[in-house]
Design a protein around this ligand. Structure first.
Ligand SMILES: *Cc1c(COP(=O)(O)O)cnc(C)c1O
Length: 457
């Protein structure tokens, strides 16, 4: 397979590493210079979450949603671990195929596609693709008659932070018509997909959508289709501090799957997690490039002198036109962590944080209580992997913040085993339980075994 991840693609880190260590090291090196550009640290070891997903929902194969973060390291390591990919465009298909992902591990999960891109998928062997309307069916029947169509249905996404069913998903009542048309066009319809909305807080939305999908399977059989694919989409949480954990979603999803799609049905079940895989893996460091003091006039109040007489405005070198676009597009509220620990007696000031562009919309946070920062100081943001770099622009000539990848040594060993092919390793037969491992060296093999046991590789 071309495009394997190599040691030169990342910095090797030892046991017990946290992203913060690498950030400190980079910041330390930069402190000698004036080049203090913002940067990301990505912990590739965080994809141990792949195991957690497989353990939480053993019947479900994840197809990573590339749009969430298409940086090479992420896509490469997920490819090595045997994940599939949800691509929404020609460029995303190109990206995953360039690192050797085979077409059967790709779903073209965009219900409204440009004709030339449908043809691109056809030419490159990508068969699975979603649809939710008649016009798409007639486009596909002309441009990609051998496609394997997946009917995307609408869901109740009212409890999710980013709703999707306003734009995509056929209501149940139009599914019959769509299936009839597909059948008349001699298109193959292999299954049903949905998305409960990104940042879903109510697992019942999954249960309802799974029940609806079963109805569509039955409708399809009226037209002679024997559907075999259920795609439960994305919407899984990306950070530990989110309102709900993936296991709580699994507690609802698994019984719903067993009820509506019992094992004897022989249905392949996939999901399209995006945020889940990358949100917590990325941290961002930004540098204070400018500051302003806004003096407050307290003269006509009888406040004592402890009330600060100024508020602060800080300008940093990444903003909402860059990585912080998540504030607008993903309803995020990023909070900074100070790189330098303040001393307890330092006065605190109400402060706002601004990006580097000339637009006043470019504000990252307001009403923060911070000690006084100096030009050249660093601020750190955790959980910056989902829907950040993916949609950042070069507006005003500011470049995207570069990514430094870190790979824990034990994780790298597991990846190398996978690269060599598990069949060679005798230990393959060893019994081990998923998630007993983390990344301790002694348990590295456990990781690969688990992947093998769950059929991901
Ligand atoms: C955005 C998207 C995803 C990923 O959603 P997350 O909430 O990040 O898991 C999955 N599938 C489709 C079709 C999407 O548009």
């Amino acid at each position: 397979m071309q495009g394997h991840i190599q040691e030169s693609d990342f910095m090797m880190v030892e046991e017990g590493f946290v992203s913060r260590d690498l950030m400190d090291e980079i910041i330390n090196n930069l402190s000698e210079t004036e080049e203090r550009d913002a940067f990301f640290v990505a912990d590739l070891g965080d994809v141990r979450k792949h195991l957690r997903f497989l353990k939480a929902m053993p019947r479900v194969k994840p197809f990573y949603a590339v749009k969430c973060n298409s940086s090479k390291g992420v896509v490469q390591i997920l490819a090595e671990l045997g994940a599939g990919f949800d691509c929404a465009s020609k460029a995303e298909i190109e990206l995953v195929q360039s690192i050797g992902v085979t077409p059967d591990r790709i779903i073209y999960a965009n219900p409204c596609k440009q004709i030339s891109q449908i043809k691109y998928a056809a030419k490159n062997g990508v068969q699975m693709m979603t649809f939710d309307n008649e016009v798409e069916l007639s486009k596909v029947s002309k441009s990609h008659p051998n496609a394997r169509m997946v009917l995307r249905i609408a869901t109740d996404d009212s409890k999710s932070s980013a709703r999707l069913s306003m734009k995509f998903g056929a209501p149940l009542k139009s599914c019959k018509r769509l299936l009839e048309m597909a059948s008349n066009l001699h298109l193959d319809v292999i299954g049903v997909s949905f998305h409960v909305g990104s940042g879903c807080t109510d697992p019942k939305a999954f249960a309802q959508a799974i029940a609806d999908a079963r109805l569509v399977f039955e409708m399809a059989s009226e037209f002679g289709y024997k559907m075999w694919l259920l795609d439960i989409g994305g919407g899984f949480p990306g950070t530990e501090d989110f309102k709900i954990r993936i296991e709580e979603i699994a507690d609802v999803v698994n019984p719903a799957l067993d009820l509506y799609f019992p094992k004897c049905f022989d249905v392949e079940i996939i999901a399209e997690p995006g945020r889940y895989y990358v949100a917590s893996a990325f941290s961002l460091a930004v540098n204070v490039i400018a500051k302003k003091e806004v003096l407050m006039d307290h003269s006509d109040s009888d406040d004592d002198e402890n009330v600060p007489n100024k508020i602060m405005m800080y300008y940093v070198n990444d903003g909402v036109y860059g990585s912080f676009n998540c504030i607008f597009f993903d309803h995020a509220h990023p909070k900074p962590v100070l790189h330098k620990k303040p001393s307890p007696d330092q006065p605190m000031y109400t402060s706002s944080l601004w990006g580097p562009t000339c637009d006043s919309l470019d504000r990252i946070a307001k009403d923060l209580l911070l000690p006084e920062l100096q030009i050249g100081d660093w601020l750190l943001f955790n959980n910056m992997g989902a829907y950040t770099i993916a949609a950042s622009s070069n507006f005003n000539g500011f470049q995207q913040s570069p990514i430094h990848y870190a790979m824990p040594r034990a994780a790298w060993k597991a990846v190398q085993l996978l690269q060599r092919g598990l069949k060679e390793t005798e230990e393959r037969e060893n019994v081990c339980t998923p998630m007993s491992c983390g990344w301790e060296i002694s348990d590295t093999l456990c990781f690969t075994h688990t992947l093998a046991a769950t059929g991901t590789i």
